[in-house]
Design a protein around this ligand. Structure first.
Ligand code: GNR
Ligand code: NI
Length: 168
């Protein structure tokens, strides 16, 4: 396994739209990419990682929100739908925006449909941290970073702080 480099905001590659994984792409190479993404996420440490963040522009996400770090979840070509009209705020962080945290409003309860690492369709309902994490990761696949939801002033502050940090 290998650790992958994580792109940092405001890297323009974080704006890339990921393409769906096709049936022919379920190869050993994809399995290795998934394992490398888990290793990178656990090492960071983080609770989720989207392929976009490691400059791999396929619709692939790895997640583990468990305290014990033993409940890996692979979401390929994910889609979600809100289960009701409720929204909630939660403080979010992002491995592509190091050392910055801000409140983000997301759907409280969602239904998720995605393929697993074997290409089998999985469907589940979730809420809480997992629901926030899925929405945050699906945003990455669409080229959206959580700071996009903040005021222009805050976005400008984060951008300057990270550019300074990247030079150091
Ligand atoms: O590690 C992470 N924590 C987190 C906390 C609240 C909502 C979303 C997240 S995802 C983040 C890892 C990451 O950057 N995934 O893209
Ligand atoms: Ni993120």
């Amino acid at each position: 396994m290998s650790l992958l480099n994580i792109l940092e905001y405001p890297d323009p590659r974080l704006r890339t739209q990921a393409s769906p994984v096709t049936p022919e792409e379920f190869t050993d190479g994809l399995q290795k990419q998934i394992d490398d993404m888990f290793e990178t996420m656990y090492a960071a440490p983080g609770i989720g990682l989207a392929a976009t963040q490691v400059d791999y522009h396929k619709q692939l996400i790895v997640i583990d929100v468990s305290e014990t770090k033993d409940q890996p979840l692979v979401l390929i070509n994910p889609e979600y739908t809100p289960l009701d009209d409720e929204w909630e705020m939660m403080q979010e962080g992002c491995l592509s925006v190091p050392e910055y945290y801000a409140d983000v409003k997301r759907h409280t309860r969602i239904q998720v449909k995605a393929l697993d690492r074997d290409g089998q369709l999985q469907t589940f309902d979730c809420d809480g941290l997992l629901a926030h994490c899925v929405q945050h990761e699906v945003d990455h696949l669409r080229g959206i970073v959580f700071v996009d939801y903040l005021s222009r002033l805050k976005q400008e502050r984060v951008r300057k702080k990270l550019i300074k940090r990247q030079r150091a």
